[in-house]
Design a protein around this ligand. Structure first.
Ligand code: SAH
Length: 462
């Protein structure tokens, strides 16, 4: 970064613009938005410049600039469209210690003016160090489209209210108050004007000022199977709002990076160096943070309602009266079906699909093996790695054919996704060979679409 963006206070400071035509006018359109004292120098200015001077928006000097005019100015613009003259004047300004800009000449400029999205007092400056002006314009257009034109009103109303809002204890409670104002209450009132926004802010304050309202909230959020793009927009918003994110091992780093920068990140799924945090400790952590007034995001892989021990965590909140809600995510079975190009249900093939776990708290999980072994069933088997021998044995024992097709999808949706087609008699062998290191889902009765018609001998592709 060679150009460091800052916001310069120009209130009542002199800004000098040299030029009498369209280029100078273009700069003045921006500068007029400021409270600076703007002086324009040119012997023969165009009519629009004269009109600006008549309207008292600039001071117009019908001559070329001199050293005394520049000294002490905050900024200097050379905008004649005459390279030699512009550079000469900019050099003079630089010599006098004033930051100078030659319009459209990066090399001769001490500073450059960014593209600006103006929602005064909120302004967004976009710059590309002169390398990609079109990109900067595209970003500006995007922001212009997405930010309410009256957004500035929110900040204007909030400014004098800050002293009153300081009655709310500093920390999560106060943050929650402002967050709600900018996120929902304020924008909703915007269409009815400034007075309505001020009213809404006062009402919101009434509900937040007492300590009882300082209790936090828990969002149980499904993070999807791993690819950040498979995170829902809603999950993303929750991450953006979180004071604390309590996350599991299966949640990828790309997703964690989307959390609010100030959010505290707590990993409760450690493997390798130590055992994962036990459920009781996780419950306590969630309760503790919510009681402190934090907005807690409990982030779980896939969908939090599928083999996620969600109910235990919800039940832990009940005695403390802590509010909560669930944000669904894409479960591993959906991502795995997508990976092999199959649908989970298909007319004439299977009218139901089962989600099974390979093991539960008591050990290997028992299921209705007779019906599963029937040959016409589709089941998504979660956590089936350690129990693959048990599953294989039970299915065979209950009459399943040795060549029943299965698919193993490892790291579904992630860059390191693998797909293995296998027959039932080889299932445990594939896992024992160590080829599958990441989280894996086993499909009973589903094969990759393009493997369906292959001869059996070619099906295993670990
Ligand atoms: N709530 C999660 C499941 C948690 S149980 C969900 O809805 O997906 C953990 C199991 O999910 C893993 O053992 C594995 O079987 C499966 N799993 C999770 N992410 C996966 C992925 N990206 N690819 C394949 N299987 C995955």
């Amino acid at each position: 970064m060679n150009h460091f963006p800052v916001y310069l206070n120009v209130e009542n400071r002199k800004i000098v613009v040299c030029g009498g035509g369209e280029t100078a006018l273009a700069k003045l359109r921006l500068l007029q938005k400021t409270s600076a004292d703007i002086h324009v120098y040119h012997p023969s200015p165009v009519d629009d410049l004269i009109a600006l001077a008549r309207a008292d928006l600039i001071t117009l000097h019908r001559r070329h600039v001199m050293a005394d005019d520049i000294a002490g100015a905050a900024l200097f613009y050379a905008a004649h469209d005459d390279d030699a003259l512009d550079r000469e004047q900019a050099a003079l300004a630089t010599k006098l210690g004033v930051f100078a800009n030659v319009v459209d000449n990066l090399a001769a400029s001490a500073f450059i003016t960014p593209a600006i999205v103006d929602r005064d007092p909120v302004t967004i400056a976009i710059g590309s160090e002169g390398t990609a002006p079109i990109l900067a314009r595209q970003i500006k257009a995007h922001l212009e489209e997405h930010l309410d034109t009256n957004l500035g009103i929110l900040a204007q109303v909030a400014k004098p209210f800050r002293a009153i809002a300081d009655q709310i204890p500093m920390g999560p409670a106060r943050r929650k108050f402002w967050d709600e104002f900018y996120r929902t209450i304020g924008p909703r009132a915007l269409s009815q004007g400034k007075a309505a926004v001020a009213n809404a802010l006062e009402k919101l304050f009434e509900t937040h000022k007492s300590p009882a309202d300082a209790l936090g909230h828990v969002a149980f959020v499904g993070a999807g199977p791993g690819a950040p793009e498979l995170l829902t927009l809603k999950a993303r918003k929750e991450l953006d709002r979180a004071d604390v994110v309590i996350y599991d091992r299966l949640v990828g780093t790309g997703i964690l990076e989307l959390a609010r920068r100030e959010a505290r990140m707590i990993d409760v799924g450690k493997t390798g160096f130590g055992p994962s945090v036990d459920q009781g400790t996780i419950n306590d952590l969630i309760v503790k943070h919510a009681q402190q007034g934090d907005y807690v995001v409990r982030l779980k892989g896939g969908d939090c309602t599928v083999f996620g021990r969600l109910d235990e965590e919800i039940e832990a909140l009940a005695p403390h009266d802590i509010s909560w809600h669930i944000v669904p995510g894409i479960t591993a079975a959906s991502a795995s079906a997508a990976a092999i190009g199959q649908s989970l249900t298909k007319r004439g093939r299977n009218t139901s699909v089962r989600f099974l776990t390979g093991h539960d708290m008591a050990g290997f999980a028992d299921h209705d093996w007779t019906s599963l072994a029937g040959g016409d069933q589709v089941a998504a088997i979660y956590m089936g790695k350690k129990s693959s021998r048990f599953i294989q044995g039970r299915l065979l024992m209950h009459g399943a054919r040795a060549d029943t097709p299965l698919s193993i999808i490892e790291n579904a949706s992630r860059a390191d996704q693998t797909i293995t087609s296998v027959t039932l008699d080889r299932l445990a062998h594939v896992f024992q060979s160590g080829a599958i290191a990441g989280p894996a889902l086993i499909f009973l009765g589903l094969q990759p679409r393009d493997a369906v018609n292959l001869p059996l001998t070619q099906k295993e592709t670990a």
